[in-house]
Design a binder for this molecule. Sequence first.
Ligand code: HEC
Ligand code: HEC
Length: 217
Amino acid sequence: MKFKFLVLLFSLGIGNPGNAQNLEKGKEINSTCAGCHGELGQGGSRGEYPRLAGQQVKYLESQLKAFRARTRVNIPMYPYTQERELPDEDIKDVAAYLASIELPTKWPVFKDSDDALTRLTLTERVMIIPRAPGNLANGEAIYQKKCVTCHGKTGMGRGMFPMLVGQYTSYLMRQMEKYIKGERPHDEEAVGGLLNTLKEEDLQDILAYVTSMQERQ
Ligand code: HEC
Ligand code: HEC
């Protein structure tokens, strides 16, 4: 009896400070983000606003802190990430909420009895990034040699390392260009110059490979 009560408290996130985040609160905070990043964190305007849904939670937190500290420049987001607007606890809640959103990469199979609304709700969440053109074999070779240790075999990232699969191609290209120009710090030391060693074509090929991974999952 006592045990069950504790389990209930834990599953509600009560009595478990610093661990379970408040997803309801996170969802509420997300309504201020949704205008740009979408209600489901799916991003928009073909990558002007990146996808946040399903991204690594630690990474989301680190970027929000970087925007707030202005070590990562993001003018559209300045008003939303100031201390008063987004204290640490809110960062944790909204990051946990966004990380928990799963967007399927397959179209649902409808039943004849499904009405228009049901079909709409089932398809609304589907997010498939179109294949980027490029040389897949070259992209795979470079990715598996130079990116895999941090971004993972399947491009899903982990911890501080962001998921690249399922992200808008135009957004990823823009970020790589920023890294190359030194406008955004990539990784402390190891990759400072990593992207600079690659040719423009190589970057395109990596993106072709990244969009191909999504379909294999
Ligand atoms: C006015 C539009 C706007 C609003 C509102 C907004 N963002 Fe953003 N956000 C952007 C843009 C634009 C970028 C991409 C900047 C770039 O290209 O580097 C971005 C990038 C991000 C990133 C980095 C994603 C990555 O993969 O590195 C995170 C995380 C993020 N936003 C979270 C949020 C959260 C959480 C909120 C709400 C508290 C929010 N944003 C509100 C426009 C917005
Ligand atoms: C040593 C670890 C490491 C390696 C290797 C690495 N990355 Fe990263 N990458 C990171 C980290 C850490 C970040 C987040 C940086 C930040 O905080 O802004 C990142 C971010 C990115 C982003 C931006 C994602 C986003 O959502 O904004 C892209 C694109 C990227 N890396 C591409 C690559 C490619 C392509 C390679 C291989 C050529 C690569 N990375 C190799 C650590 C690494």
